[in-house]
Design a protein around this ligand. Structure first.
Ligand code: HEC
Length: 230
C-alpha cells in the first residue's frame, strides 16, 4: 500500500518523503491534542469550583460547645424556672408574727410597760380612785396564782386594795398573752417596786388557764375565796 506524496521537495525519495510525512502528521495531531487540553484547562480554571460549603462534616468543637451550652441552659432552667408555675415570682413570706413571738425572749418588764403601765403606772402605784396600786397589794404578793388568775380572765366589781375600794373593770388577757408571757409579767409585778415574792412557772399558768377556761371576769369575792382555800 503506497501513499501519495504531496510534498514537492521530497518527490525524489518516496521513502524519506513518507517518513517525514508521518512525523508531520503526528506533530500536527499532538499539537492539536495539547491545544484541546490547553483550551479545556483554561475553561475549567475560568469556571467557579463546585460549591462544597455546607457539606463539610461539623468540627468536633462545635458539638462540644453545643452540648455544654445545652447542659448549662438545662441546669439553669431546672434550678430557676420554678416549674414555670404562677408562684415562681412570689416573694417568700416572712415568718408569721406569732411564731416570731415564741422564739423571741419574753420580757416581763416590756410586757408590763406595753400592757399594764397605762393603768397601773410605771411605779406600780395605779391612779387614785380608778386603778388600784400593785405595790404591796395582797392580790399581787400573797400567792402567785391570784395575779395569774386576774391577768388571764380580768376582774370587775368592788375590790378592796390596801384599804381602798375600787369598782372598776379590768379586761382579760387570756387571748392576748400565752402562758410564758403571763408568767413573765406576773413575775415582774411580784418582784418590782419593793415587791419580793417567788416566781410562777408557765406550766402553772397553763393549769389555771385550763381549769377556768371559758369563764368571764372574776369578782374580787371569788378570788378571795380561792385565796382562803390555799
Ligand atoms: C385598762 C386599765 C387596766 C389595765 C391595762 C390593766 N389593769 Fe389591772 N386593774 C385595773 C382595774 C380597774 C383593776 C380593779 C378592778 C376592779 O375594780 O374590780 C385592776 C386590778 C388589778 C389587780 C388586782 C388589784 C391590785 O391592784 O393588786 C392586779 C394584780 C392587776 N390589775 C394587774 C394587772 C396587770 C399585770 C396588767 C397588765 C398585764 C393589768 N393589770 C392591766 C385596770 C387595768
Amino acid at each position: 500500500m503506497t501513499k501519495k506524496n504531496n510534498n514537492p521537495e521530497n518527490q525524489n525519495d518516496p521513502k524519506k518523503d513518507e517518513l517525514e510525512s508521518k512525523d508531520a502528521f503526528r506533530d500536527e495531531a499532538e499539537s492539536d491534542e495539547s491545544d484541546v487540553y490547553n483550551i479545556h484547562d483554561q475553561i475549567v480554571s475560568r469556571e467557579k469550583g463546585e460549591p462544597d460549603e455546607g457539606f463539610e462534616p461539623t468540627p468536633w468543637w462545635v458539638w462540644t460547645i453545643s452540648v455544654l451550652v445545652l447542659f448549662a441552659m438545662g441546669f439553669y432552667l431546672g434550678k430557676y424556672s420554678g416549674t414555670f408555675g404562677t408562684t415562681a415570682h412570689e416573694v417568700e413570706m416572712p415568718p408569721r408574727l406569732a411564731d416570731e413571738r415564741v422564739e423571741r425572749e419574753v420580757r416581763g418588764d416590756q410586757l408590763y410597760a406595753g400592757l399594764c403601765q397605762p393603768c397601773h403606772g410605771s411605779d406600780g402605784m395605779g391612779a387614785p380612785g380608778r386603778y388600784p396600786p400593785l405595790v404591796d397589794s395582797e392580790w399581787v404578793i400573797q400567792d402567785a396564782e391570784t395575779p395569774a388568775r386576774i391577768v388571764l380572765f380580768g376582774v370587775e366589781g368592788p375590790m378592796e386594795v390596801l384599804g381602798e375600794t375600787y369598782n372598776e373593770i379590768m379586761d382579760p388577757f387570756e387571748h392576748r398573752l400565752d402562758d410564758k408571757e403571763i408568767a413573765a409579767v406576773v413575775n415582774y409585778i411580784r418582784t418590782s417596786w419593793g415587791n419580793d415574792a417567788p416566781e410562777i412557772e408557765p406550766d402553772r399558768v397553763a393549769e389555771i388557764r385550763e381549769e377556768h377556761e371559758g369563764r368571764g371576769r372574776w369578782r374580787a369575792s371569788e378570788l378571795q375565796a380561792l385565796m382562803d382555800e390555799e
